[in-house]
Design a protein around this ligand. Structure first.
Ligand SMILES: Cc1ncc(COP(=O)(O)O)c(C=O)c1O
Ligand SMILES: N[C@@H](CCOP(=O)(O)O)C(=O)O
Length: 355
């Protein structure tokens, strides 16, 4: 199938989506993202390890799957403006789909905590960006209240149509693999995505399109790990700004996914997240933003702890593109990207260690 033939998640899966009948799709042809085999992780674990590369979506993250459904329904129901709280990706996605639909995007973000690439996306797509002296959880509270008091539709993942779109990632990977994987590893922030995956797996199993559901393993940054701690975190901190969230909106749904699947939530230190980000980039050729590498860090941690995955199938969702946050990616490099030589081939060869 060529990219042109992929119609976006609404038209590809419409009969499986709980959205009002006949809703016209506001689409940028999201979804249909690659499942890339990871040779080194498969070698290391003895499992078949696949990366679901969600950075290949139109705005560079998985949010587009849910934004097509949320925006389509909002516009169908007459919305002229949409609002979200965001750590970056939701705002980038919402602004793009709002531009496509011709409605006004209003974005609330924690001041100084959004990666530059994501901010550029929101601004370029015409988003009205409001910086809040507070964290994501404060922004979400404000976005909820705005949508209650003013004529603006809330499109964070508390909007049920977001999860409808996002569950299609499960459908795609089961369609590709022929069955559900044994394990699914992914980052958890506001907890909509793990909830959506679980919904998708559950529905596909009921329809007889898979024989099982995976064990769901969710990962949070150590400084922002409410689901691991079992209590909200008042001042969440992490370099993985996408998941700098202290009080996930889909707490109960995510807990249910963990419990029903026999899964877990684990915390990962920032340095291990950033190390996994580099490994993905150098060994798989897949450049993801920091938060997106946490599932790989989680798998490495499990292997180190002696877990045996031999013969299993593991899917790791890598949620967003690395180009969104180049500043964090390059932080640790220093002089490596600083080699300057005269316009002389031998000088370049010497600098490259070829002689
Ligand atoms: C790149 C990235 N990965 C993971 C997540 C976590 O997803 P969720 O909020 O659905 O748990 C987010 C947003 O929170 C994100 O932007
Ligand atoms: N990481 C998210 C946080 C908001 O999540 P949502 O899925 O509830 O919109 C972001 O990119 O803003």
């Amino acid at each position: 199938m060529t990219a042109q033939q992929w119609r976006g998640v609404i038209e590809e899966y419409r009969e499986l989506l709980d959205i009002p009948e006949g809703t016209p799709a506001v689409t940028l042809r999201e979804g249909g993202t690659p499942l890339v085999d990871s040779g080194w992780l498969s070698g290391l674990t003895g499992a078949n390890v696949w990366l679901k590369v969600e950075g290949n979506n139109p705005t560079g993250s998985f949010k587009d799957r849910g934004m097509t459904t949320a925006l389509s329904v909002a516009v169908h129901e007459g919305a002229k403006a949409v609002v979200c709280a965001s750590t970056g990706n939701t705002s980038a996605s919402m602004a793009a789909y709002a531009a496509k639909a011709g409605v006004k995007p209003l974005v609330l973000v924690p001041e100084g905590k959004i990666a530059a690439g994501k901010m550029a996306q929101a601004i370029m797509h015409g988003g009205q960006v409001i910086m809040v002296r507070g964290n994501f959880d404060d922004c979400l509270r404000m976005a909820r209240e705005l949508s209650e008091k003013y004529p603006v539709a809330l499109v964070n993942s508390v909007n049920p149509y977001r999860l409808q779109g996002q569950k299609t990632a499960s459908f795609e990977l089961v369609d590709f693999l022929g069955d559900a994987p044994d394990y699914h590893f992914l980052p958890v922030g506001n907890a909509g995505n793990i909830s959506a995956y679980w919904m998708g797996y559950t529905e596909y199993e009921k329809l007889g399109r898979s024989t099982k559901r995976p064990v769901m393993r969710g990962f949070q940054a150590a400084g922002s790990a409410p689901l691991v701690n079992g209590a909200p975190v008042e001042n969440p901190e992490t370099k993985a700004t996408a998941i700098r969230i202290g009080n996930p909106a889909s707490w109960d749904l995510a807990m249910n996914a963990k419990n029903e699947s026999g899964g877990s939530f684990k915390a990962i230190e920032d340095e291990d997240i950033l190390a996994a980000q580099r490994l993905l980039a150098t060994k798989d050729g897949v450049f993801v933003e920091p938060a997106s590498a946490i599932g790989v860090a989680g798998l490495l941690q499990a292997v180190e702890a002696g877990e045996d995955f031999t013969g299993k199938t593991i899917v790791i969702t890598v949620t967003g593109h690395g180009l969104k946050d180049t500043a964090t990616a390059l932080e640790g490099f220093g002089p490596l990207v600083d080699v300057v030589v005269d316009a002389d081939v031998d000088a370049a060869a010497a600098a490259a260690g070829l002689v």
